[in-house]
Design a protein around this ligand. Structure first.
Ligand code: R5P
Length: 294
């Protein structure tokens, strides 16, 4: 194992050189199997190379969350505006019409609930690959805890899920969860995103932060950003705009959509930034227009 003496952190990110993606529109994944590429193409639109994932898996550790009290009511109106539903199998089966043609990213782990002081202790496998296939998952999401107590177990779970994903052609989203004691800064996200990609994650979810360009450049697979806590709509759109401009391939956004004053308008506006090159200001105007019309 490499020791950490003289193994200083990277500095030369060559931000002037665009990523090489080969003959496939998803970064770093041109040599995957046909089935995996087909699923990735349902996640990342070939026309933009980007994705809008709607995250509504919060209940798996938090129970009933503000904005998600009635999954059977709040999710369906958002379907036209998003590419992927990121959820637990329990939510999908009970509250999402099975005739949806949206891609599904299934939460594949169980983790400590919000009742625990330290939620970064790690969890375990949340479903069988067989059930993921039955549900027709386009991807599986694995929570990881780099630098926290759950690091070892969560990386083990990531590796095993990637093994199964490779076997069945299902890509794996490595999710960077930030332990309580850790800072949400570029230093941490550079480390965590790269570690997940090197362990085989086909895409990585992290948070937006300063120097995001470096994080995106150093990660050999696509990064999508989580929205994090609810912000005013214009600020959330600015975050999405900056993230995409700096190399994110989309968002996996929850609270900033479903807790918005007008969730459907917000989902639509995020899509304008992610897929249509709208600036944050243009997208906010589109949000206001749709909100005021309804
Ligand atoms: C939280 O439990 C999940 O990992 C969410 O999928 C993730 O945090 C994204 O949702 P939000 O945009 O609300 O942070």
């Amino acid at each position: 194992m490499a020791d950490n003496v003289g193994n200083s952190s990277g500095k030369d990110y060559r931000l002037d050189v665009p990523p090489k993606s080969g003959d496939f529109h998803v970064k770093g994944l041109s040599s995957c199997s046909w089935g995996m590429k087909n699923r990735l193409s349902r996640i990342f639109r070939p026309s933009s190379g980007n994705t809008v994932m709607l995250a509504f898996d919060h209940g798996y550790i938090m129970g009933s969350t503000s904005g998600l009290e009635r999954l059977d009511i709040v999710i369906e109106p958002l379907l036209p505006f998003v590419d992927v539903l990121m959820a637990t199998r329990g939510a999908l089966r009970t509250c999402v019409p099975p005739d949806t043609n949206r891609a599904l990213c299934l939460r594949a782990t169980h983790d400590a609930s919000v009742l625990f002081e330290d939620m970064s202790t790690g969890g375990g496998a949340g479903l069988d690959m067989e059930d993921a296939l039955r549900i027709n998952a386009s991807a599986l999401a694995v929570q990881t805890f780099i630098g926290a107590q759950g690091e070892r177990d969560s990386l083990e779970l990531l590796c095993r899920t990637v093994d199964l994903g490779e076997r069945y052609g299902i890509p794996v989203l490595g999710v960077v969860a930030v332990g309580k004691q850790l800072a949400r800064n570029a230093r941490y996200f550079l480390l965590a995103t790269r570690i997940l990609a090197e362990h085989g994650a086909h895409m990585v979810k992290t948070y937006y932060c300063e120097d995001f360009e470096q994080i995106a450049a150093a990660c050999p697979v696509p990064i999508v950003i989580a929205g994090g806590k609810k912000l005013p709509e214009d600020e959330a759109l600015t975050m999405a705009y900056r993230a995409v401009r700096e190399g994110a391939r989309g968002v996996d956004m929850g609270r900033n959509i479903f807790q918005s004053e007008h969730p459907a308008a917000m989902a639509m506006a995020v899509g304008k930034v992610v897929h249509e090159g709208f600036t944050d200001r243009e997208a906010y105007e589109a949000y206001l227009e749709m909100k005021n019309r309804s």
